[in-house]
Write a protein that binds this ligand. Structure first.
Ligand SMILES: [Cu+2]
Length: 489
């Protein structure tokens, strides 16, 4: 039985990771169909939809509706007379608190469920006990002393309002890559003629026709407002594109025999690249046409997703998706963190304080790397396959649950999960714009969803209320593990 169960588990996990890998393969196959000679194509820049009014409407509606029922404490009265637990059955939302009050004069009662962590100490006459339900599900419970006492609590997921962002069919069917940069969220659509789509914080969508296909898995590296660098998918050369002019040019000479990948741009416009042929990092200083001398490192597999933090460290996820790490160009320090075999790292973000956060779709975990320590947090909903991740200024880590259609939030080791509307299910990549709107792509590139900043603010406000509840001592916490990795190079 154990073998069968573990096989199922493995299959499900593999399925979770393959969702992402399928996307990668799709992406790569799209890139193989190179289109040389597109540099002369004139660009068209135009606006598709403007929806600032929509954001304002949300701001007016959401806080009120959410506050009325969030942070609520439900009371169940325990007594020796039927129904013993009153009300006997209760429907609540994830995150809400239930308080059991023993109104008897002498008898002790308790609350004990076979599943979950619902297991109270003895609740003496005249006292009470609280529990915050962090996971959805049906909890049937009884009393240790009086097995005829029965109660049920149905915990439903919390819903969050999200709206589709209007994209033209041409874009919607091809948008597979999402990045946050310069306060906006960008989509790279390369099915048919390649397009770069900018979704500004005010909701205005602008499409830029690209003169060339970008290299598979490329990062958008903005070196100035309206100017970004990329690796030309056809020639493999480092190029620069000017959005306002719609023109591209080759920036530097690539070293002979190199296989360059563009990794990231620093705040000062310096570009970092990786040469997969020689296994070395190299850079291109701002406004320079020269690449620096390659600096070879002993890396397990080439970096594919990268980010530069405030301190200038280059964080990355490796192609194997089992390894994360950083390279510090100034000190030359290089460090890899090897994760267990089932890991499948798919997204990363780094906070201003230098904490690196990763989504592990293979193991259903959110991972923090800070000060040499790796901390793993298991997402409460099983097999959720987190695919996208972004952090905010308040220390919240937001992530998508692609298989369970939720947006999750992790803060101070505590999870909250919110179910998306069915029309915007299977969220994948996640980004955040300058106003705090959360944007996510949908699986198989069927569209883009937005959770308005006002909605996000209301969720945070309602969770604040809960923390003030008298029951905050009895909390169903999600487990986290911390372990040190000494994998220095
Ligand atoms: Cu009892």
């Amino acid at each position: 039985m154990r073998t069968v169960l573990s096989t199922i588990t493995t299959r499900k996990r593999l399925a979770a990771c393959s969702v992402f890998l399928a996307t990668v393969l799709l992406t790569m196959s799209g890139f193989q169909a190179n289109r040389p000679g597109r540099a002369e194509t004139p660009i068209q820049v135009f606006s598709i939809s403007a929806s600032p009014s929509e954001a304002i409407a949300h701001a007016a509606l959401r806080p009120e509706t959410l506050h009325s029922d969030a942070g609520q404490i439900h009371t169940i009265v325990m007594s020796n007379g039927e129904p013993f637990y009153a009300p006997q059955s209760l429907v609540i939302e994830v995150g809400e608190v239930v308080k059991w009050v023993n109104v008897e004069h002498s008898d002790t009662h308790s609350i004990h469920a076979r599943t979950g962590q619902l297991d109270s100490p003895d609740v003496k006459a005249g006292s009470e006990w609280c529990f915050r339900f962090a996971r959805e599900g049906e909890y049937t419970y009884t009393c240790r002393f009086h097995p005829w006492m029965r109660g049920t609590i149905l915990v439903k997921p919390r819903n969050v309002e999200a709206t589709p962002v209007a994209l033209s069919p041409e874009v919607a069917s091809a948008a597979y890559n999402l990045e946050s940069a310069g306060g906006a969220v960008w989509l790279i659509a390369q099915k048919g003629s390649p397009l770069l789509v900018q979704v500004a914080a005010d909701g205005v969508v602008t499409r830029h026709r690209l003169p060339a296909r970008l290299q598979a898995g490329t990062n958008l590296c903005f070196t100035a407002d309206q100017r970004f660098s990329f690796i030309d998918g056809a020639t493999g050369k480092l190029s620069e594109f000017d959005l306002t002019r719609g023109s591209a040019r080759t920036r530097t000479m690539s070293p002979a025999g190199s296989k360059l990948r563009l990794l990231a741009a620093s705040k000062l416009g310096e570009l970092w690249l990786f040469d997969a042929a020689s296994g070395s990092f190299l850079s291109c200083p701002a406004a320079s046409e020269q690449l620096t001398q390659p600096r070879a490192v002993k890396i397990s597999s080439p970096p594919i997703k990268t980010l530069i933090d405030q301190a200038g460290k280059l964080w990355f996820i490796e192609e194997s998706r089992k390894c994360a790490g950083f390279f510090d160009p100034r000190s030359g320090q290089f460090k890899e963190y090897l994760l267990p075999e089932m890991a499948c790292l798919v997204a990363l973000d780094v906070t201003p304080a230098g904490q690196a956060w990763f989504a592990d779709a293979g193991r259903n975990k959110i991972i923090k790397i800070a000060d040499g320590w790796v901390t793993e947090y298991t997402v409460p909903t099983a097999y959720s396959a987190p695919q996208g991740l972004t952090t905010d200024e308040q220390g919240n880590v937001w992530f998508t649950e692609s298989l369970t259609n939720k947006i999750g939030r992790l803060k101070d080791g505590h999870f909250d999960e919110y179910r998306l509307p069915d029309s915007l299910s299977h969220p994948m990549a996640l980004g955040r714009d300058a106003r705090g709107n959360l944007l996510f792509t949908l699986q198989m590139s069927t569209g883009l969803g937005r959770i308005a900043a006002a909605t996000v603010g209301a969720l945070l406000a309602s969770d604040q209320d809960q923390n003030d509840s008298p029951c905050s001592t009895a909390i169903d916490q999600a487990g986290s593990q911390e372990h040190r990795h000494d994998h220095d190079h």
